[in-house]
Design a protein around this ligand. Sequence first.
Ligand code: AMP
Length: 519
Amino acid sequence: MYIGDYLGRRQTYSPDRLAIIDAGKQPELRLTYRQMNARANRLANWLHVHAGIEKGDRVAILARDGVEHLDVFFACGKLGAIHTALNWRLHWRELVGILRNTRPKVLIYSDDFTEAVSEIETALRGEAFAIRRYLHIEGQGIPGSQHLETCWQAAPDTPVSCESLEKEDIACLLFTGGTTGLPKAAMISHSMICWNVLNTVIHDLRHEDIYLNGFPLFHTGGLFTYLSTQVIFGNTTVLLRQFDPARALELIEREGVTVFAGVPTMYQMISQAPNWEQADLSSLRFCTSGGAPLPVPLVEKYTREKGIRFKQGFGMTEFGPGLFALPPEDAIRKAGSIGRPNYFVDVRVVNDSNQPLGPQQPGELVLKGPSRCSGYFNDPEAFAAVIDDQGWFHTGDIVRYDEEGYFYVVDRKKDMFISGGENVYPVEIESVLYRHPAVHMCAVVGVPDERWGEVGVACVVLKPGAQASEAGLTAHLEASLARYKVPRRIVFLNELPLSGTGKILKRELRAQLIENESR
Ligand code: AMP
């Protein structure tokens, strides 16, 4: 009973229940469990016969949110193949690196990325590994590309299953930010997904819930916060093509949505949407926020103006989105907390010598449990570096817990900041800056921002006699990095604060920037 069987089981129990409302399509698509299962079987049959997809092969998708992500996810599950969802915010050059590492046989893409896929196809042409099929979801596609739906429509809907599949086999790859260059591909097993479902379901969902997904489906938040659980329950999920605050409000009201989940930036945007005031949100049982700290004034605004109960969640790609939960009744009393560990995760807070710490003592959060991923694809060293000799996974998050066992994120050990829910790793940006001939030293830090939570600022020291402008360096960064990683500002300095060993003191730099801004 693995991912590939979920839709088949649902077809047995509740074939005519509404599974998916794809509100990003024109006209909108409303699909039952029977229809979803038939789509996944057809696609699995097509992928097997026409693209030679077998157990363990990767099938990549570069697309806005939509039912095709689920078609591919479940079709791969049926074949024992590995669903590989790419972050469409990345630059095509970054995607080429990821594709060289993960070597998918098929690349499925939506219209917005035809240009990027054309660049990718040119860059990869003639390489030893080859993408066998390019499949476009809509539009014309690149030369030689085939229309996805026309392909699977022509295939039979006979059930597909992979007899040799084991629970520890890999169902999908999800990408974390790159601390040392390329994003790492966390290997998500069939069993990890089940344990994550258990972790989330215990606190959150009920039969009959209607869930509006705000997360991108290439992220752990999208596929696994509630979506996989909704399928198991036979409930309805509403998908947007891309997050749009006014549309989200409309859909909550129209479909009687009972659960919404998103990152804090989305809640900020929803509360400023033109239809916020008149929106009737009384169907919502609660909203879940995760991925970054949720500002307390926002919780208060939602509670005051719409009577909404807020849940705070904490998760990560490598362990699933359902790690910690703060129930609505604690939202104000324990404001700022990520709550308590969920049922099937063991946690500790440890000091630099890996010794467990007591209440109120900040230290690194380490985790153990069955919802841990199986490693990073093609990068065992990077995974070994985050697991200690007792098997604890080191998150790089600095937390403390209070006497009642509620946890608070206080800092991060990893050099990372979160902008609009996306993790940004400064080292990636700095390495591109260093490729500019005028840059002598640089450091990128995240500073607070009302809308995005944090935004990047690059501090740059130029080589003696060299010249560069803010616009010039920004254009240099934009040529190879995703837009959300490009710092909002570039500040030119004569020197950077250094430690005795010559390390750039980023905390000090960040404090200086914040102080200068507040003047
Ligand atoms: P990702 O793997 O992209 O989901 O990012 C995981 C990281 O996001 C965690 O290790 C934390 O640093 C951060 N994070 C996730 N949820 C929260 C939260 N509720 N509050 C603060 N940081 C969070």
